[in-house]
Structure formats: C-alpha cells, structure tokens
Design a protein. Structure first.
Length: 270
DNA sequence: CTAAGGACCTGTCGGC
DNA sequence: TGCCGACAGGTCCTTA
C-alpha cells in the first residue's frame, strides 16, 4: 500500500474536491474487500454532506454529521477523482458520486483494502488500539523506549507494529533504520535509549520528507489528483539490495524479517 | 502477555 | 511463447 505518506498525499489531493460536497449516489460494484462494504452505505450517505477529510494512521476518515467512513487502501488500493460517468475499470470497486459531477473512485486489485462505517460517538475497533501518530509529539523517545523495553523481537518488527506507532510500513521502516544506523534484526530491548531517540527522529524525518515529495511511487500508486510521487528517487536501501551503500559503498544485503523484504548495510547498521 | 506464521487477493516478473 | 513459483506497499487472526 500506500504507506502513510501515500495516504496523506491522497488525503490532500482529494480533500478540496470532497469536503463540503454532497454525496449524490454510492455505487458498490464489489462489496467483498477485506471486510464486506456495509450493505446500507448508500442509505447512510446519500444526500449527506462531507464535513471533513482526515487521516488516522493509514486510515482515511471521511467525516459526516452522523458518522465517519473509514477507508483503508490495503496493499494496492488508490482513490482518485474521476468524471462521474467514466466507465469503471476491472478493479474499480466503489464510487462516491459527488454533487460536482465527479466521483471518488476506489481501485484496489488485491482487495486488501476496506471501506467501513463508524457511527458518530463510536470508535471502530480497528482504530481503538492504534499507537500514536509518528509525526505527533506523542511519539517521542520516551514512547519508543517504553515500547521496546523487554521486547525480544527485532526493532524493525516493533516499529512496524501499529500498536507501537502507526504508519511505518516496510519501505520507511527500512529507510529509517538505515538513517539511524541500526541493524533491522537487532532485538528491540537491547538498543540504548540514545539510539532509540535517534530512530524516532529518523522515522519522523523520513516520513516528513516523503510526504513533501508526494509519497513513493511503486507500480500503480497515484495520489488523489493522479500525480505520482517522487520519493522513490531518495530511497537509500529499499529495493537496492546488491547495490552499493550510498554512505560507505559496501554492498547492501537483503534478508527476510517477518516475511518482509529487509535491506540494510552490514557496515553502517549495527 | 509476546512472537511466529498463515490468511486474504491479484498482478507481475524471472527462470526454465 | 507458455507455465510455475516467488514476491509485492498491510495487518488481522490463530496458534504456540
């Protein structure tokens, strides 16, 4: 998926076209996403006005007066604004038709994404136990130190755990660990507080820079306005196994951690 | 509680 | 050219 920067880029792209607009129709072509699309979604949304477009972790939150639509893009999802009458392609599963003649269209080949409804006053279970936002002040050195204390699993798996901090996916976990000089496999509980503090800074830095550049384009990702991101040009390790380390020219190595591809510099990361 | 592995689904790529 | 396995941005759920 889209990692957090991609989701934020999407949010910024779609917000001006969606906020303060009325939903005229909801067209669900494929309700079988990761969880079924609520069958009554049209009843809930038609003739209602979008009040806000926010984000929590990798969830997009489309706010109405009586509740919130949660959209997760899974591994391969994207949202775009299209002319309402544009014929849907194979994996275009859902449209929110707006009063402007545009439709917010969800495309998701792998269908790991989700569209859910959260009534006003309720907190959806999926959001209930999420950790802090990585770019907020709540996510600081003390916070990561607490999360790592006593944990034997690798630091990479800990920072990718959404209960610890949200929005750090595989690409940015690799990049942040490289930037911080920490070996991805190192046991989280055996890293000094100073190095964890550094890691917090690097996570924030990598994510902030990626958002500035509109995310990382891999394969089919496009932001809400259809423009690709450019952060892929800045990736130091992800997708570069076998290449030379940008810092010391050592050959970058690839291993598997939790079934995810993990690339690091054996010399710079310890 | 933690940790590890499977599950969901489709598309693409490399190797034979 | 065609087929087959491995792998891809996520993360919940089950099992140990």
């Amino acid at each position: 998926m889209p990692e957090l920067p991609e989701v934020e880029t999407t949010r910024r792209g779609i917000a001006p076209h969606v906020q303060d607009h009325n939903i005229e129709a909801v067209r669900v072509r494929q309700p079988r996403l990761r969880w079924p699309v609520p069958p009554d979604l049209a009843d809930l949304l038609v003739d209602r006005r979008v009040q806000s477009v926010a984000r929590r972790g990798k969830y997009l939150l489309i706010g109405f007066e009586h509740g919130t639509v949660l959209v997760h893009l899974g591994m391969s999802g994207s949202l775009r604004l299209v002319p309402e009458a544009l014929p849907p392609a194979r994996h275009d599963h859902l449209d929110l038709v707006l009063d402007s003649g545009l439709a917010l269209r969800l495309t998701d080949p792998r269908r790991f994404g989700a569209v859910l409804w959260q009534p006003l006053g309720a907190v959806h279970e999926l959001l209930a136990s999420l950790g802090p936002e990585p770019l907020s002040d709540t996510f600081d050195a003390a916070c990561l130190q607490r999360a790592c204390k006593g944990r034997r699993s690798s630091i990479k798996q800990v920072i990718m755990d959404s209960k610890v901090v949200v929005g750090v996916g595989n690409i940015y976990a690799n990049e942040a660990l490289f930037a911080a000089g920490i070996h991805p496999k190192r046991a989280a509980g055996r890293i000094s507080p100073q190095r964890l503090a550094r890691l917090v800074d690097e996570i924030k830095g990598v994510l902030a820079r990626a958002i500035e550049q509109g995310g990382t384009t891999l394969r089919d990702f496009v932001g809400g306005d259809g423009k690709p991101g450019y952060f892929s040009q800045e990736l130091a390790v992800y997708g570069r196994a076998g290449d030379a380390c940008v810092r010391c020219r050592e050959t970058l190595r690839e291993i598997r951690l939790g079934q995810r591809s993990t690339v690091f510099c054996p010399k710079c990361q310890t």
